[in-house]
Each structure stands twice: as structure tokens, then as C-alpha cells.
Design a protein around this ligand. Structure first.
Ligand SMILES: [Zn+2]
Length: 140
């Protein structure tokens, strides 16, 4: 799906300010021949729990899974404040130009995961957390 797919809840239920920034960035990127794909946007709490269950079985423990998938009530995807952008060329474009739109990579281990940081337009993006377990928002 793209950031323009209004009929898809994963896109339509994103925070409007985040979605606006993504659409501006996607439009400019497209001029340069780069197409954004939304691999994951808003997620229902139920879907987030499913992802976490899958990650626990893949990575062996809830602790290991936490480096990749947040619990539902902490996930920025469930609140509509995060988006996973692909393919890697689009993520690379965002890593170079995203700050101009207030779009920032948050985790060093997730080059595809972007959130809105309006202050980045003036100040640049804040330092990244190595992974979600280092993010104070993810503490239980
Ligand atoms: Zn993400």
C-alpha cells in the first residue's frame, strides 16, 4: 500500500500530522523516482499482539522479541504514530531527507521505522535509540 491509500485502516488511522508529512515526502521522493511503500502503519491491538506472539516464537523469549516488536499498549503503531517504510531505497531517501519533513528514524536497528518529530525540521532528528528496548517509552 502507499501513503495515499485512504481506504486502508493501516494508512487512514495514522496520526493526521504524520500522514501529512509522509505524503509531502512521498510526493517529493516520487519526483526523484523513489516510491514509498507502507509495509506497516497503524495496527490494531489484536494484530500487534499477534506480531508479538510470532516474534516471541521466532526470537525465543519475550525479552529478545522486545528488540523488534513492542507490546500492544506501548506500540507507536497501535497509537498511529509510526510507520514502516520500504523498500530500502525509500528508507534510504527518508534517512537523507526525512528531517526536512519532521520524519525521523527512531531505532538504529529499524531503518524502516519512522515517526514524526516536528522539531527535526529546525533542529534535525534526535539521536537514535539502538533498539526499542533502549526507548524509555517502551518500559513497562
Ligand atoms: Zn515500526
Amino acid at each position: 500500500m502507499t501513503v495515499f491509500d485512504n481506504g486502508v485502516p493501516a494508512v487512514a488511522k495514522l496520526d493526521p500530522a504524520l500522514l501529512g508529512a509522509l505524503r509531502r515526502a512521498a510526493t517529493d521522493a516520487k519526483d526523484g523516482g523513489v516510491e514509498f511503500v507502507v509495509n506497516s502503519g497503524w495496527r490494531s491491538p489484536k494484530y500487534q499482539e499477534e506480531l508479538l506472539r510470532e516474534a516471541v516464537s521466532k526470537y525465543g523469549s519475550e525479552k529478545a522479541a522486545a528488540r523488534w516488536v513492542a507490546i500492544a499498549d506501548k506500540s507507536l503503531h497501535v497509537s498511529g504514530d509510526a510507520v514502516d517504510i520500504g523498500p530500502s531505497g525509500a528508507a534510504a531517501w527518508l534517512s537523507k531527507h526525512g528531517a526536512k519533513y519532521g520524519l525521523c528514524q527512531i531505532y538504529g536497528n529499524e531503518p524502516w521505522h519512522y515517526e514524526l518529530r516536528p522539531e527535526a525540521i529546525d533542529d534535525g532528528c534526535p539521536p537514535k535509540y539502538a533498539d526499542p528496548t533502549k526507548d524509555p517509552r517502551m518500559r513497562r
